[in-house]
Design a protein around this ligand. Structure first.
Ligand code: ATP
Ligand code: MG
Length: 268
């Protein structure tokens, strides 16, 4: 299957069957890993500049089906970055207090402040994914949320945050293999939950819900990237590359030094 661009055109309808989760172009694992190591080193430098400048922030949203590789992405792509400059937030089922507010209330508190990279492991998109598939709120409520999300993301972008959203696209067969591996390895049992099985049964409904997200919330200011993720090494490579390219284009620079620094003498 010919691979479409990873970043579909804003506004164009997305059909996931046009995106091959197995795709890895002409790249092989060894070359991808070598390039990725260089990208990670550059990511560490750019992150330091982002922090020193303290003017902008970067928000990375990770969404996927279970075993799609959100945790693995965070572990591998960010392992060279100074942990002080990165904040990871994992969004679980909302608490009673969170449910008593609007759906973005708990999310807004975790958006990255200036100088930081924020990573969302799941996100406000759950409110139009799991919530839609399981009718957790009436349709007339979740249907309004696509516009609310677009406005919210616009506010963040206007306030100095760059947003990158990654859908880690795996096939249903690949999920089966990953679940089986979790079951076969005692050190991976903790990652397996029987609660993931009913979600797997709703695979097609989730794909429909993802297509709606990837169509309605793919904006020029906060674009979605559909990352072929059956191959973990390709997934890591594409995500590292996209993040580095984004930071390279953000006009990052070290701040001007205090005036007169060249005359400072450190006393004995
Ligand atoms: P892993 O993939 O490692 O299992 P996880 O992200 O699946 O990690 P879990 O604690 O297993 O972590 O699952 C979090 C659960 O919280 C998911 O089932 C997700 O759908 C649910 N969740 C997240 N946000 C919401 C929301 N706004 N409304 C309802 N459920 C939510
Ligand atoms: Mg889970």
């Amino acid at each position: 299957m010919a691979q479409q661009s990873f970043a579909p055109k804003p506004g164009s309808p997305v059909k996931l069957h046009n995106f091959d989760p197995e795709y890895h172009g002409d790249l092989n694992k060894k070359d991808a890993r070598e390039t990725e190591a260089r990208l990670e080193a550059r990511l560490a430098e750019l992150q330091e500049m982002l922090y020193a400048q303290g003017k902008y922030s970067l928000l990375i949203v990770l969404q996927a089906m279970d075993a799609g590789g959100k945790d693995g992405t965070i572990k591998h792509v960010f392992d060279s970055v100074n942990p002080q400059g990165v904040r990871v937030t994992s969004f679980k089922a909302p608490t009673a207090e969170e449910l008593s507010h609007d759906f973005l209330w708990r999310v807004h508190q975790h958006t990255p402040p200036k100088g930081y990279i924020g990573i969302f492991n799941r996100s406000h998109y759950e409110d139009v994914l799991v919530v839609r598939v399981n009718n957790l709120v009436p349709a007339e409520i979740w249907k309004e949320r696509y516009d609310h999300i677009n406005h919210f993301e616009r506010l963040l972008v206007d306030s100095g945050t760059r947003i990158l959203k990654f859908f880690l696209h795996i096939s249903k067969d690949e999920q089966k293999e990953r679940f089986e591996e979790r079951l076969a390895r005692p050190d991976k049992h903790w990652k397996f939950s029987t609660g993931d099985l009913p979600v797997r049964e709703q695979w097609d409904e989730y794909m429909d819900a993802y297509e709606a997200v990837l169509t309605r919330c793919n904006t020029d200011y906060a674009p979605w990237h559909i990352v072929p993720s059956n191959k973990k090494w390709y997934r890591n490579f594409i995500i590292s590359k996209t993040i580095v390219e984004t930071l390279e284009n953000m006009n990052l620079a070290y701040p001007d030094p205090e005036p007169g620094l060249d005359e400072v003498v450190i006393p004995d």
